[in-house]
Design a protein around this ligand. Structure first.
Ligand code: SF4
Length: 386
């Protein structure tokens, strides 16, 4: 299975109810940003720049839960900022899980070890760790040495404690897809359960524009990504991948991934801010959806981001015969848990035989691991706000 059965079942039930009620615009994944503060200053991040003036504002747990109730999405992506520096992150996760939702906690991974005791493993909770390459590349992207090592130690601790862990990689113009294949091969040996991919997109607030891709460059990158990365447990849907490779068109369905943050419901989408709305209903009803998307707003021209299009396969038009079968086959053909054996330590290949750990070029992964000597964490800056 590519995802836990509970996730597939809950999503199917939710979609069936919406269909029966004839609802047209509804959310699949709520992007919940309890705060915008972060301990890092990643080159491609729009949040820390756009919300600079309100960077110290946070939502209360009650506000987060009220917003979740307001939109009713079955999946919550807790992001930010860095959600692992949110003082009540453990309580927030418990409360969201108590409402039978699924959580992707999107983190840079640096504080997993420190705060792991605040969480309980369940098939409805994933740590989704941001990794844009191997050590050198990732540390360059996040503008700080040692981040990759801390994230890897966090992943190891989470897997050892029985948590589901996914990785989340943003593809930039300079991204070497072969390096991402090496990264995934390595993460598989740690038991990572799946991998998300999304093209970077040029936020208005980010000044370093030359890292972002045009539509044709995105297509080229994702052709290579499909060739090299399909063998891993990709959590990017096959229909969205077809769109990214330029093999089909999709319409933006930004309401499928609505963003809520200390300013309110962010409209129209995760990337662009033309308004903040007090309620989810206001967000849906007062956003002029017909004005957004390719060919309608120049800011949307090259956008192919997952927050606008991943949900389109389910929510949008342009459905093709066979899409449902394709999605089902994709779910059942996946395999969570990486290459770890049943004892959680030995690694096994697809035939169940043990093998020497190695990256995609056959280099022993121990070469990578030997670099991960303990390093003091730089946490004081982060916990200033706690
Ligand atoms: S096309 Fe992209 S930028 Fe435009 S509204 Fe949709 S998600 Fe936002």
């Amino acid at each position: 299975m590519r995802f836990p059965l509970s996730l597939t079942a809950s999503l199917a039930g939710y979609l069936a109810k919406k269909q029966v009620r004839g609802e047209k615009k509804f959310p699949l994944v709520m992007m919940l940003e309890p705060l915008h503060a972060c301990n890092l200053t990643c080159t491609g991040c729009g949040r820390i720049r756009e919300y600079k003036a309100t960077i110290n504002e946070m939502l209360t747990v009650q506000q987060c839960l009220a917003a979740l109730e307001d939109c009713g999405a079955p999946i919550v992506s807790i992001c930010g900022g860095e959600p692992m520096i949110y003082p009540e992150i453990g309580r927030l996760a418990r409360e969201v899980l108590a409402r039978k939702k699924h959580i992707y906690l999107c983190t840079n991974g640096m504080f997993i070890r420190k705060r792991l005791h605040e969480f309980t493993p369940t098939s409805r909770f994933f740590f989704n760790v941001h990794l844009d390459g191997l050590e050198k590349t990732h540390d360059l992207c996040v503008e700080r040495d040692g981040v990759f090592r801390d994230a890897i130690e966090g992943i190891k601790a989470a897997k050892a404690a029985g948590f589901l862990v996914t990785s989340n990689t943003t593809i930039y113009k300079e991204t070497d897809i072969e390096e991402i294949a090496e990264l995934f091969a390595y993460l598989q040996t740690l038991g990572v359960d799946g991998h998300m991919l999304s093209p970077a997109y040029s936020y208005a607030a980010v000044q370093t524009k030359d890292i972002f891709m045009s539509r044709s460059e995105i297509r080229e990158k994702f052709h290579a990504a499909s060739r090299l990365l399909d063998k891993y447990n990709l959590m990017t849907s096959p229909i969205y991948m077809e769109y990214l490779r330029g093999e089909r068109e999709l319409m933006c369905t930004a309401w499928g991934n609505p963003t809520y943050n200390p300013r309110g419901w962010k409209g129209p989408c995760y990337l662009m801010t033309d308004a903040h709305h007090k309620t989810f209903t206001e967000f849906i009803e007062n956003t002029p959806w017909e004005k957004y998307g390719r060919g309608r707003d120049p800011r949307c021209q090259d956008c192919m981001v997952h927050a606008g299009y991943e949900a389109s396969a389910v929510l949008g038009g342009n459905k093709k015969l066979g899409d449902t079968w394709k999605m089902l086959r994709w779910q059942f053909s996946g395999r969570m848990g990486g290459m770890r054996g049943k004892n959680g330590n030995a690694h096994a290949n697809g035939n169940g035989h043990s093998q020497t750990n190695g990256d995609s070029k056959g280099r022993p992964v121990s070469v990578l691991e030997s670099d991960f000597a303990a390093k003091p964490q730089e946490q004081s800056e982060v916990f200033r706000i706690l």
